[in-house]
Design a protein around this ligand. Structure first.
Ligand code: PGA
Length: 251
């Protein structure tokens, strides 16, 4: 894969079909003349077939928020990555902090999930980031390095360049607090260097690294103008067509 710009909207457990349909139809209008940009909507699992239908006449791609690390079997309540593929997902989040913190997903598990997705040619968007305590304790860089290294431990070498990373400081998610563009850019550079240490320069230079954590219309342009920020993973602001449309226009 080559490095490019992404604006992805993580709807989390929000929106019912009628609301999602209105949102997507409004978004389609924001996409004109945005050829070098990939826009992704990431609805809750049950909405995926609807979202694939709503986006079918546009360039908007559909991603999933989560899936199993296994292809099939006795895993009650899990979603098969093979099903995501058949439904039309081209991307899937792996290791969003809400999955790590609320559902105990470990670095190793996230890496296995990324590997399973890659076997199906679904691009994992692997989320990494630190808590406030870790940042205040100056442990944030080590934490992020460990998340990256353990992910790569689980992934076969030929696929090392086929992921996307998202830096999502946990203290900035849904809190209204955004990392400053400089703070974010510094961590993105650290992430790229860590990828380079593990997977080499070629892989590191081809990977897109998105920023997530209270990204909104008022900071999108500045975040996107940073050298090491390749796109945005947007939560709250992606639920509003006008706001998300403005963020698309900021590119
Ligand atoms: P937020 O969420 O934009 O609402 O902070 C981002 C995310 O969790 O991906």
């Amino acid at each position: 894969m080559s490095r490019m710009t992404y604006i992805a909207g993580n709807w989390k457990m929000n929106l019912l079909p009628d609301q999602g349909e209105v949102l997507v139809s409004e978004l389609v209008g924001s996409l004109k003349n945005k050829k070098d940009l990939e826009v992704i909507v990431i609805p809750t699992t049950g909405l995926i077939p609807f979202a694939v239908d709503w986006t079918s006449n546009s360039s908007i791609q559909v991603g999933a928020q989560n899936c199993s690390d296994m292809l099939s079997g006795a895993y009650t309540g899990e979603t098969s990555p093979g099903l995501l593929k058949i439904l039309g997902c081209t991307y899937c989040l792996a290791g969003h902090s809400e999955r790590r913190v609320l559902y105990g997903e470990t670095n190793e598990f996230v890496g296995r999930k990324a590997q399973t997705l890659l076997t199906l040619n679904i691009t994992p968007i692997v989320c990494v980031g630190e808590s406030l305590e870790e940042r205040e304790g100056n442990q944030h860089l080590d934490k992020i390095s460990e998340q990256i290294r353990t992910t790569y431990d689980q992934i076969e070498k030929e696929k090392w360049g086929d992921l996307i990373f998202a830096y999502e400081p946990i203290w900035a998610i849904g809190t209204g607090k955004t990392a400053t563009p400089e703070q974010a850019d510094e961590i993105h550079l650290h992430i790229r260097r860590e990828i380079e240490n593990v997977a080499g320069k070629l892989v590191a230079s081809s990977i897109s690294i998105l920023y997530g954590g209270s990204a909104k219309p008022s900071n999108a342009k500045e975040l996107l103008s940073q050298e090491n920020i390749d796109g945005l993973l947007v939560g709250g602001a992606s639920l509003n067509a006008e706001d998300f449309g403005k963020m698309i226009s900021a590119f």
